[in-house]
Design a binder for this molecule. Structure first.
Ligand code: PHE
Length: 354
């Protein structure tokens, strides 16, 4: 770059270089920077003179002035690094200390994408009158399965490849009922135990399954459970809640459809799909929806009356609906992340993008 400078600009650069070599502090370097790149400095003078030049010389003159500015910035950076290295070496020997030298800025953290999306959804559901609940990640069989209508021999247990906890000590042989929760639905039961209807809750959290891990399966992922119990609730209310939620997220009306789905704790049970919000035009199809124009949003359904009864809720008087949003999937959709393993992988190169 320097080789392309005119003789006059090269002279400026060499003068700046001589001053920089003689500089002994950051303050000296800042003064050189001011004299060349600052207001009224050499570069500003060169730029100001451009309109007085013949038109055919103006472009070169402008480019030359900018190149000079860059070259001086580079040489000041270089000298600054040298001075810093000298100062560190001197500080080690106890000689000399220049408080004006800059230190590297501390690295700043940022929110994990799962945290950002969780907070956003919590805000939306809170504004819709939902309470945010939490539950334990190490759960009892009864909450994760039994009381959700999934007894010990039920085939639906096979859908959840469960991590069982081994208990040591005195309870070693009597406690075979602890597991890492396989879904957030167990907190439905805890909610029904603790709250008197009518109530609306959402439960974001980590869940665990013994999966073979690949780009779309992780042993640890995130869900957000929703549960509403009140008098006279119908599938219409469930659809309404999901549409309101989608409207809040995407700031427009999103069409939904229900397909039958089976989960022992809801009856009827559904898979709820949303018209792909990423298609250029609704219904057009795109990469995200694999050209079907629908994206799977969440499994859901009307709470099974037996599940209400098991938690002491009068199922003649009350009905409920529940949904299980795949938080990890929503995060991947939102940020176009194509491999679920990035989410819990803890790789700084991935995380520092957020
Ligand atoms: N808990 C179910 C799962 O993880 C999803 C679900 C939630 C289904 C709520 C219906 C109602 O597979």
């Amino acid at each position: 770059m320097e080789s392309t400078l005119s003789p006059e600009l090269t002279e400026h650069l060499e003068a700046a270089r001589a001053r920089a070599s003689a500089a002994t502090s950051n303050e000296d370097l800042r003064a050189i920077d001011r004299d060349y790149a600052g207001k009224g400095g050499v570069v500003a003078g060169l730029l100001a003179a451009i309109p007085t030049l013949p038109p055919e010389e103006r472009r070169d003159a402008g480019q030359g002035a900018n190149r000079l500015k860059q070259a001086i910035a580079a040489l000041l950076d270089e000298r600054r690094a040298e001075l810093e290295a000298d100062a560190i070496a001197e500080a080690r020997t106890g000689k000399g200390f220049d408080p004006s030298l800059s230190i590297p800025a501390p690295a700043r953290g940022s929110l994990h994408p799962v945290t950002s999306v969780t907070r956003e959804l919590e805000d939306i559901f809170t504004s819709m009158g939902y309470k945010v609940l939490d539950g334990p990640e190490v759960e009892l069989d009864s909450y994760n399965f039994e009381r959700l209508n999934i007894p010990a021999d039920h085939p639906a247990r096979d859908m959840h490849d469960t991590f069982w906890c081994e208990v040591t000590g005195a309870e070693r042989d009597s406690r075979m009922d602890l597991l890492l929760r396989t879904h957030t639905s167990c907190v439905q039961v805890r909610a029904m135990e603790e709250l008197a209807p009518p109530f609306r809750v959402v439960v974001p959290g980590r869940v665990f399954r013994q999966e073979s891990v690949d780009a779309s399966h992780e042993h640890t992922f995130h869900q957000m459970e929703g549960l509403v119990v009140a008098e006279g609730l119908t599938v219409g209310h469930l659809i309404g809640a999901m549409k309101t939620f989608l409207r809040e997220v995407f700031r427009r009306e999103i069409e939904v459809r229900l397909r039958p789905g089976y989960f022992p704790f809801v009856e009827p049970g559904f898979e709820l799909d949303a018209r792909c919000p990423f298609c250029p035009k609704p219904g057009a199809g795109c990469k995200v929806c694999k050209h079907t124009s629908w994206v799977e949003l969440c499994p859901c359904g009307m709470v099974h009356p037996a599940v209400l009864a098991k938690s002491g809720i009068d199922n003649e008087k009350y009905t409920g609906f529940a949904f299980g949003l795949g938080l990890s999937r929503l995060v991947m959709l939102r940020y176009q992340i194509d491999d679920i393993r990035h989410l819990m992988g803890g790789d700084q190169r991935f995380l520092s993008q957020f």
